[in-house]
Design a protein around this ligand. Structure first.
Ligand code: PLP
Length: 417
């Protein structure tokens, strides 16, 4: 049995099930009883109800604590049964009480910021989050959302060791990504959670997925995914999700209802289907990525390789040559932003995913102008290497002869901040 057996909240189940089993069965427990095999897709935007008094009571209850509506659905912005299946399944995989799905990863993060400070059992504040502490790098738009204060949140940027010192009485959230986009820097989640004390820690687990890392087990109160990436896994769904405790989820559902960033049921269906192959996809793509990281690290055209200690299917590397030329030369690999699909993608973070971050802040976080980010898919590793090899250009000796360049220090493949 996989050691990552899940101990997630479940009112019915008794024996813990392995992650691979949950990936295939969670969110589908009722299907056989209904005489179904594939989950139904409920596209209704509204639902008939002949008892308005009962609806009033249910809506009052939702306004009080945001608990999932008991009984039949009311309106699609309040909740949808197909999306609920995905939420249940993801919570099981992350080992949290519940999860709340959104139209995108950014909608999910926005809802967390709008939810305001939520010390466990504490009184919620009516306004959004006043102060957050965050560690760079984060995905470019997450960095931008915090830095620009678009939702009224002030941010203090620090490194993991500085978190305890950066906390203020009005700090309502600490946010980290690990491995981080795009440098793959890793943080010690347990140590960070300890440093947060009662302040909720949000870990963006998009890159690791619950297959490689379950931040809630290490003290994170909120686990965020751009579900657009590995959870969907096929590049055809835009979605976000926050796995968390029921108390926080209530506030997130209220925000989702008020602001409307809901996930479409068809996307919920595709995500549930994506989860069933998540462990297999992540392991196979990670094996490819580890091999490519090894070959890149041994290649004189490559200045530096970053590959997480944790493993995973992302590789970041710096080239001696012009990174834009490398991007222009790939043929099998797709030059595109995003990640986590069955096919391999490459992009230049300083030009695309992290362009919106101030150049000094970006470089200060290790996102250099020569850095390329590779999201490794499920193709044959030798075919991928053949494409990369061609894209990297002429052998280093010839490059030197043609255009001498300043030597760049080569480092071992491995995590680097
Ligand atoms: N978090 C990470 C680590 C990401 O890479 C992204 C998108 O690339 C997001 C959040 C935002 O997700 P979305 O694009 O689904 O809004």
């Amino acid at each position: 049995m996989d050691t990552a057996s899940t101990g997630a909240y479940d009112g019915v189940r008794t024996a813990p099930r392995a992650l691979a089993t949950e990936a295939v069965h969670a969110g589908r427990d009722d299907l056989a009883r209904q005489g179904l095999h594939a989950p139904p897709i409920d596209l209704s935007t509204t639902y008939p109800s002949y008892d308005s008094r009962a609806e009033a009571a249910r809506i009052d209850a939702f306004a009080t604590d945001g608990a999932d509506l008991a009984g039949p659905p009311v309106y699609a912005r309040l909740g949808n049964p197909t999306v609920a299946r995905f939420e249940t399944a993801l919570a099981r995989l992350e080992g949290t009480e519940t999860a709340v799905a959104f139209a995108s990863g950014m909608a999910a993060l926005s809802a967390v910021l709008l939810a305001g400070p939520r010390a466990r059992g504490g009184t919620p504040v009516a306004t959004g989050l006043r102060h957050a502490v965050a560690v760079r790098p984060l995905y470019g738009c997450s960095d931008h959302l915090l830095t620009a204060g678009l939702l009224g949140t002030e941010v203090t940027w620090t490194d993991p060791d500085g978190i305890a010192g950066a906390l203020r009485p009005d700090t309502g959230l600490v946010m980290v990504e690990s491995p981080a986009n795009p440098t793959l820097a890793e943080v010690d989640l347990r140590a960070v959670a300890d440093a947060c004390g009662p302040v909720p820690l949000l870990v963006d687990n998009t890159f690791a997925t619950p297959v490689l890392q379950r931040p809630a087990e290490q003290g994170a109160r909120l686990v965020l995914h751009s579900a657009t990436k590995y959870l969907g896994g096929h590049g055809d769904v835009l979605a976000g999700v926050v796995a968390c405790d029921e108390e926080f989820a209530g506030r997130l559902r209220q925000i989702r209802f008020a602001t409307g960033g809901v996930l479409h049921p068809l996307a919920g269906y595709l995500l549930l289907r994506g989860l069933s192959t998540l462990p297999v996809r992540v392991r196979a793509a990670s094996a490819n990525a580890a091999e490519l990281a090894r070959r890149l690290a041994a290649d004189p055209r490559v200045a530096r390789v970053r590959y997480p200690r944790l493993g995973g299917a992302m590789v970041a590397f710096e080239v001696h040559d012009d990174p834009h030329e490398v991007i222009s030369r790939v043929r099998l690999i797709t030059p595109a932003v995003s990640l986590g699909s069955v096919d391999t993608l490459i992009q230049h973070p300083a030009s695309i995913s992290h362009r919106i971050v101030d150049a000094d802040d970006r470089r200060g976080a290790g996102v250099t102008d020569r850095l390329l980010r590779l999201s490794v898919g499920l193709e044959d590793v030798d075919d991928l290497w053949a494409d990369l090899d061609r894209a990297l250009g002429a052998p280093r000796e010839r490059q030197r002869a043609e255009a001498p360049r300043e030597a760049v220090r080569r480092t071992e493949a491995g995590a680097a901040r």
